[in-house]
Ligand binder design. Structure first.
Ligand code: UT7
Length: 334
């Protein structure tokens, strides 16, 4: 395709799908595993239960593929017409080989290229920018963006700081050129790598390769300095959303929905308060799934899909390891 003749196209979400495993890990279950209790978890995070992918041999690609199957069950999609598959994840099936390539082959996206995107809890949000840009260029017409994480594979279930928070899940959306001028409108993204040790897996990378000691020290599990992350997330998620609203002349009345990363109900409450949003405009499902990292935003879209109307103004906001964060504005296209 000759790009010289192309004007930029607007990208729209034209289908969504989601999947969470059947096995429930409740706060009561966690009470038997670590020194915690339902009242503390509920009041400090808003989480009541999360889903866990238990079956051996099933990994992040399974969550992703199930989410795509759900999308396909709702939208007639010939997978051989997909141009690109992006999987946002921090829990790839295996290192080095992109999970997205395996997902693409398994779903029959035989004419697609595929790659993973790692921006932790902001992965899906960043991925939306990537997918929208590919569509805007005019070069590709169907992009499957998936956010999926098997967080249970990196959580230490003796560490109450992290095991109460995370769950497993996957969500998928299809991006196509907009046919009605609704779609990706604007984005504001930032990152700060000086804070990378506040939320990380220390070992297994090129800085701290795997050793016997790294296993013994639990350096292959996820760690977070909860307080530090909380403070930063509260202010930057709201700052980013506020900026995107200002730039697009939006306010609490004219926004239809806030789609916020589900890390902690208190972070979402603080963000929506600063944005002057009524509670019914703030999408939440953290109570049932916990923090599924790259899957939170597409799982929200999937859970609330039936509520959305053509032209609805959505604001997305996320914050995650890296640090990475941002906000975006999208108008719903169907
Ligand atoms: O998604 C990517 C970004 N991630 C986030 O945005 C997560 C941000 N952080 C958080 O959500 C919160 O910091 C946590 C939920 C992780 C922790 O909540 P907190 O209100 O910051 O708790 P804290 O670490 O300040 O601990 C308060 C108290 C402490 O006891 P003392 O020292 O006050 O006696 C902790 O020992 O709560 C205690 N505590 C617990 N008690 C029961 C910490 N974890 C638990 C627990 N159960 N699981």
């Amino acid at each position: 395709m000759n790009l010289k003749d192309k004007k930029l196209l607007k990208a729209a979400i034209t289908a969504v799908g989601g999947y969470v495993p059947d096995t429930i890990l409740s706060n009561e279950d966690l009470e038997k595993m670590v020194d915690t209790n339902d009242a503390w978890i509920t009041s400090r995070t808003g989480i009541k239960e999360r889903r866990i992918l238990k079956e051996p041999g099933k990994a992040t690609s399974y969550l992703a593929i199930q989410a795509v199957n759900d999308l396909i069950s709702k939208k007639n999609l010939d997978t051989s017409t997909i141009d690109l598959v992006i999987v946002a994840t921090i829990t790839p099936d295996i290192h080095v080989a992109a999970t997205a390539a395996y997902v693409a082959s398994t779903i029959g996206a035989v004419n697609a290229f595929a790659y993973d995107l790692n921006a932790a809890c902001s992965g899906f949000l960043y991925g939306m920018s990537t997918a929208a840009s590919h569509i805007s260029s005019g070069r590709y017409k169907k992009i499957l963006l998936i956010g999926a994480d098997k967080m249970s594979s990196i959580v230490d279930y003796t560490d109450r700081d992290t095991c109460i928070i995370f769950g497993d899940g996957g969500g998928a959306v299809l991006f196509e050129p907009s046919t009605n001028d609704y779609g990706w409108e604007d984005e504001y993204f930032r990152s700060n790598g000086t804070e990378r040790m506040s939320l990380r897996i220390k070992a297994g990378g090129s800085l701290h390769p795997t050793t016997k000691d790294s296993f013994a020290q639990g350096d292959h599990n996820i760690y977070q300095d909860g307080k530090a992350v909380f403070k930063y997330a509260v202010s930057e998620m709201a700052n980013a959303a506020e900026e995107i609203m200002k730039r697009n002349a939006l306010d609490g009345n004219t926004i239809d929905y806030l789609v916020p990363h589900q890390a902690n109900k208190r972070i979402v409450d603080a963000t929506s308060k600063r944005l002057n949003l009524n509670q019914e405009k703030v999408l939440m499902n953290i109570e049932r799934y916990g923090n599924t990292t790259a899957a939170t935003l597409p799982l929200l879209l999937n859970d609330y899909e039936s509520k959305f109307k053509k032209g609805d103004k959505l604001i997305f906001a996320a914050f995650g390891g890296g640090f990475t964060w941002g906000a975006a504005h999208l108008t719903w296209a169907y």
